[in-house]
Design a protein around this ligand. Structure first.
Ligand code: NAI
Ligand code: MG
Length: 360
């Protein structure tokens, strides 16, 4: 049958990299006999300019009706002075919440071709293959109460970090399922030495692990404080297989893990809901306003997000394999966008290309 893909190019380099991803999908879809229908909708700053709000009702409704949502990036200098609830980034939070995409999957995998380009020592990072499973619709980014207040003549801003047992259980179970398809090692990351919310998190993960009989499935569960995890990601990243964590810790750790791969521009992500509901597939990086409109952005994070969409959202793993192999292939042949120019596979000459050319 046909698959309806809602495409949300957004702001900055978003439209440039979306263009590449759609072309790749069209070609691979045709080769594999999968009929993809693309429908473009506004989000972020682009939607604010067109409609006054970062996630128009029409966009959310179309995304709910789709089989999968492909999102590029949102945000930019132009909208930086709006209050936090009116900003482009608000559109993304609303979309994730609106589709109930509670699980964010962020791989940090190092392609051998990019080993030399990483700022970290090759012997430390060789073969790193981490999947960060981040809770996406709870925690401090959504907790109530939040706001500003005046207290004894001083001004304060405040947010609330709260997790319910049920929220922790469902994200933990996503991590367990993913671990079964990988090396089976889960590290749950929290700050249980300081935060009550983390104590509940830790206990709930342990209970769910026990209840599901994960040990007999060959899974291992360990706990780690978030500050230690940040250090270990730099000093010994190959110890990790699946990292399970909450919203804000996962946000920070996944950006940190991205350094291992040499460029933020390489990293895809998936934000998924319960089976059968549409997920959101988007690169980890932002709208890169500093390089927008120059046709120099790296489209590979976007293209690899399209591959994740094929694998997890459309159940077309062959399409995902073809796309991922093509990415390895162009890297092995020495093609690099500007952000990757530090890396060089043995014996290959590097060829610097722009965004469109990389797609071609
Ligand atoms: P950013 O990821 O947009 O850029 C950080 C740095 O990495 C910049 O120097 C940029 O040029 C470079 N970079 C990012 N993606 C690249 C690519 N594909 N190819 C080559 N270079 C790339 O993060 P920043 O600067 O903190 O945020 C810029 C805007 O993006 C802000 O408005 C922010 O709120 C928004 N943002 C949106 C996200 C999303 O849509 N999911 C995620 C992160 C930030
Ligand atoms: Mg982030």
């Amino acid at each position: 049958g046909t698959r309806a893909i809602a495409t949300l190019p957004g702001d900055g380099i978003g439209p440039e990299i979306m263009d590449v991803a759609v072309k790749v999908l069209e070609i691979v879809g045709e080769a594999e006999g999968v009929d993809l229908r693309f429908e473009e909708h506004a989000i972020g700053g682009d939607a604010i300019d067109k409609t006054g709000c970062p996630l128009p009702d029409e966009t959310l409704a179309a995304c709910k009706e789709s089989d999968a949502v492909l999102l590029a990036a949102i945000g930019g200098y132009k909208w930086d002075n709006l209050s936090s609830k009116d900003r482009p980034e608000g559109g993304l939070l609303q979309l994730r919440a609106g589709l109930d995409c509670f699980a964010n999957l962020r791989p940090a995998t190092l392609e051998d071709e990019l080993l030399e380009g990483s700022p970290l020592k090759p012997d430390i990072i060789k073969g790193v293959d981490i999947m960060i499973v981040r809770e996406l619709v709870g925690g401090i980014y959504f907790g109530q109460p939040r706001g500003f207040m005046d207290e004894e003549g001083d001004r304060a801003g405040y947010n609330t970090m709260v997790y319910k047992k049920s929220e922790v259980e469902r994200i933990a179970r996503v991590a367990f399922e993913i671990a079964k398809q990988r090396k089976g090692r889960i590290v749950s990351v929290d700050k249980a030495n300081v935060l009550e919310v983390s104590q509940l998190w830790r206990q709930t993960v342990a209970d769910a692990f026990e209840e599901d009989g994960c040990s007999s499935d060959g899974l291992e569960l360990a706990n780690m404080y978030v500050d230690n995890c940040a250090m270990q990601l730099c000093s010994n990243p190959s110890q990790f297989d699946v990292i399970l964590t909450g919203n804000i810790f996962g946000d920070i750790l996944s950006d940190q893990a991205s350094v291992i791969t040499g460029s933020l521009g390489m990293l895809p992500s998936a934000s998924v809901s319960s089976p059968g509901k549409p997920g959101i597939y988007e690169p980890v990086h932002g709208s890169a306003p500093d390089i927008a409109g120059q046709d120099i952005a790296n489209p590979l994070g976007m293209v690899l997000s399209a591959a994740m969409m094929c694998r997890y959202g459309l159940n077309e793993p062959e399409m995902a394999d073809i796309i991922e192999d093509a990415v390895k292939d162009v890297l092995a042949k020495g093609y690099r966008t500007g952000d990757l120019m530090g890396s060089s596979p043995p014996g290959a000459e590097l060829i610097q290309v722009g965004c469109t050319q990389m797609g071609e």
